[in-house]
Ligand binder design. Structure first.
Ligand SMILES: Cc1cc2nc3c(=O)[nH]c(=O)nc-3n(C[C@H](O)[C@H](O)[C@H](O)COP(=O)(O)O)c2cc1C
Length: 341
């Protein structure tokens, strides 16, 4: 990691800053339903990388997909952005829509893609042909191997501190587990302040992806009660629930979550295990959770399902997203000893 304070050059040079053409190796991760265009644009404009979550952009924030990308580009002054392709082939219709979204994103100049689940091969083929890069979400080595075999250029390693769907490893163990694959690794989970960001880069990560910290910003248009709950919460208030999507999701423990409980019933559990029934029940849960999260996080319904990670411990205020990127960048220029990668 080489440092520079010149304003148009990367603040540090890492594989991520080179791949994504950004100044600060800091990603605002895709967040359903919280990734509104203003938030994505603010992070990119400040020198980080905002990632578009296409279902949030279209279904929650009401944009036709191409128009939404153009809106983000207009707000960010054309700074690089990324696109999140959740590629698990749950249905042919969904797959076809994702193929069209990837094509449109490429046409609109997006060159950084983050794939989740599934086999990323088709995305890599298409994106590499256009000169772009693909990073793949992983929580353990078997998914990293699958991603590498699919041709990805790097990983986003989701650890057990993360908001949304969590991993099971801590950040150091996960990095050690996949570092022999020789691809850049971005840490996701648990980071709410600049010192933690710098520590992960010093550990050998090529960048850091944040979610929860960027919800508590002026640009994020999620419900005010949700943002305030993040500011007030400590990691003791974060629980894992299976009731949203059928697999553990990290959320704030609200009275609503307490009332509902955090585990699925025995019938659903049996359906999730069955070879024939698991696809059906996953789709049903996924569609239901899209509606529930939109209502609770953006529309202010009283069903308080608020996804957040253990990074809440270091989040004490609602700030402008660009100021967060600037503070994190400044921490990289501070002259304290660090390990080069
Ligand atoms: C509200 C919320 C929604 C999320 N939605 C997605 C998503 O749609 N796709 C995805 O790949 N990751 C999603 N994530 C994970 C984030 O992109 C990021 O990896 C994670 O939040 C990092 O952990 P942190 O919250 O501790 O910073 C979500 C996280 C949160 C908090």
């Amino acid at each position: 990691m080489t440092r520079s304070s010149t304003s148009d050059r990367p603040v540090v040079d890492t594989p991520l800053t080179r791949h994504a053409h950004i100044r600060v190796p800091l990603i605002c991760g895709p967040m359903y339903p919280c990734s509104n265009p203003e938030l994505v644009a603010a992070v990119s404009k400040a020198g980080g990388l905002g990632i578009v979550q296409p279902i949030a952009l279209t279904y929650v924030h009401g944009y036709e997909f191409r128009e939404g990308l153009r809106r983000i580009h207009a707000l960010s002054g054309g700074a690089p952005i990324g696109f999140n392709a959740l590629i698990e082939a749950s249905s042919k219709t969904y797959h076809n829509r994702m193929v069209r979204w990837v094509e449109t994103a490429l046409e609109e100049g997006v060159r950084f893609f983050l794939t989740s689940l599934g086999n990323p091969r088709w995305v890599c083929d298409r994106v590499h042909a256009a000169g772009g890069v693909v990073y793949h979400d992983i929580t353990e080595k078997k998914w990293a191997l699958k991603g590498r075999d699919g041709g990805v250029d790097g990983f986003v390693a989701v650890n057990r501190e993360a908001g949304g769907h969590t991993g099971s490893r801590d950040a150091r163990a996960l990095l050690e587990e996949v570092s022999d694959l020789g691809l850049p690794v971005v840490a996701a989970g648990g980071v709410g302040e600049a010192a933690q960001f710098r520590a992960l880069l010093d550990m050998g990560y090529a960048g850091v992806q944040l979610g929860t910290r960027f919800i508590a910003t002026t640009e994020c248009n999620s419900d005010a009660r949700y943002k305030e709950a993040i500011v007030r919460a400590s990691s003791k208030d974060v629980v894992l629930t299976e009731r949203l999507t059928g697999v553990p999701v990290s959320v704030l423990r609200t009275p609503y979550v307490e009332r509902l409980g955090t585990t699925v019933g025995s019938f659903a559990r049996m359906m999730f295990r069955g070879r024939k029934t698991k696809h059906w029940i996953r789709t049903w849960y996924a569609l239901r959770s899209l509606r529930q999260l939109k209502q609770s996080s953006v529309e202010g319904a009283n069903s308080d399902y608020w996804q957040a990670g253990r990074s809440v411990d270091a989040i004490h205020d609602i700030r402008a997203a660009g100021d967060i990127v600037a503070d994190f960048a400044a921490a990289l220029l501070m002259d304290t000893p660090h390990i080069s990668s």
